[in-house]
Design a protein around this ligand. Structure first.
Ligand SMILES: *Cc1c(COP(=O)(O)O)cnc(C)c1O
Length: 367
């Protein structure tokens, strides 16, 4: 068949068979960061020190890839329990990033009448994955300064009876914690499962693991991505064995590859080096916050994560975003992503020189 005819035939089949709601979606956009100072994706800017890196490479050298990896990642789970102080009475489910865990949770509960609910703006994958799996999604707007509007949340839970509620603590993209009391009230009011997503826990003063003992409908989700291992793709879900057993049935076999398992075990054995980097990033976050606060034309919100949300009051956010790219700095533009985020941008805390470069360019653009 000539290529042109073949292309048209493919298009016709796609239009007939791919769900129309999928066809009208846009694929998740990841900006091209080549040559730019990359402050858009909440990555840790630091790598391991050379000596540790050599040790890791030596371990890697001993691996072979002809066999499937351990199906449940037992050794990784043991390492996670040790480093993060996870009580033996809870089980841990590993995901290819916590994104995959969100998918597993919704897939296991997906039914015609399932509703997934979360405050918004929050992490976009909750809504996207709900849509992929054809379940209802309800977003409940946050209140003033992105605090959790407890009354609105409780009313929405009452009205929609969600099977899953996602609460990101700290929240992305706003950086704040909703507070334990509100989280408890939501868990208590929820008929179904509540997932507290602690992707940014390392940068915050919080810990939902302590709540597990009080509630039968809570699971806690975490990831190694934001603490310095985004390239590994390892998320984990901690919960009562009853929940984890069921969710595990939906997990695809061997979802955590051999190189990730070995690297994660190694990383957990040497977690102190990541912990030091995190301590530094928290100090630098406060510096960056203070510097942004001093800039004319900017409102910045305090953050308990490794990023800061700010609003541009004079220069339109999209123009500012583009101008920053032109000057070699990539951050995330959130203008248009949600009504509450009008004029907003999000910058990840980088190494001091990167933060300085960002501030220098930004203040030049604002003046
Ligand atoms: C980044 C992020 C995740 C996903 O992280 P993975 O890299 O898939 O582990 C989950 N939740 C929130 C709130 C995030 O910001």
């Amino acid at each position: 068949m000539p290529q042109k005819e073949l292309d048209q035939a493919v298009q016709a089949r796609v239009e007939k068979w791919v769900r129309s709601d999928i066809q009208s979606l846009k694929a998740y956009q990841v900006a091209d960061a080549s040559g730019l100072i990359k402050l858009d994706a909440m990555e840790n800017p630091y790598t391991w020190e050379e000596e540790l890196k050599q040790q890791w490479l030596a371990e890697m050298q001993q691996q072979s890839l002809n066999r499937y990896p351990d199906p449940s990642g037992k050794s990784v789970v043991a390492g996670l329990k040790e480093v993060f102080g996870i009580d033996q009475r809870y089980d841990v489910l590993l995901g290819n990033g916590s994104d995959e865990l969100i998918q597993i949770i919704i897939a296991a509960l997906a039914a015609d009448n399932l509703t997934v609910l979360s405050p918004e703006p929050s992490f976009v994958m909750y809504e996207m994955i709900a849509k992929f799996l054809r379940v209802n999604y309800v977003g409940v707007p946050l209140g003033n300064d992105f605090t959790l509007d407890l009354t609105a949340m409780l009313d929405a839970i009452e009205a929609h009876q969600p099977g899953v509620v996602f609460l990101a603590q700290p929240n992305n993209p706003t950086g704040n914690l909703f507070g334990e009391e509100k989280v408890r009230r939501i868990i208590e009011a929820s008929p179904g499962l509540v997932v507290v997503d602690e992707a940014y826990l390392a940068f915050a003063e919080s810990n939902a693991l302590t709540l597990l003992a009080d509630y039968s409908n809570l699971v806690v989700m975490r990831t190694l991505s934001k603490v310095g291992l985004a390239g590994l793709r390892l998320g984990f879900l901690v919960g009562h064995p009853g929940w984890i057993n069921e969710l595990n049935k939906v997990r695809l076999p061997y979802n955590i590859n051999q190189l990730t398992q070995v690297s994660a075990q190694f990383a957990l054995l040497h977690y102190n080096q990541l912990a030091e980097q995190i301590t530094q990033l928290v100090v630098d976050r406060e510096r960056l916050f203070e510097s942004l606060q001093q800039l004319e034309g900017i409102t910045v919100w305090p953050s308990q994560a490794n990023f800061l949300l700010f609003r541009s009051l004079t220069v339109p956010a999209k123009a500012l975003h583009q101008a920053l790219i032109k000057e070699g700095v990539l951050i995330k533009c959130l203008d248009g992503a949600h009504p509450l985020l009008t004029g907003c941008l999000r910058v990840t805390v980088g190494a001091p020189a990167e933060n300085e470069a960002f501030l220098k360019v930004l203040s030049a653009l604002l003046s």
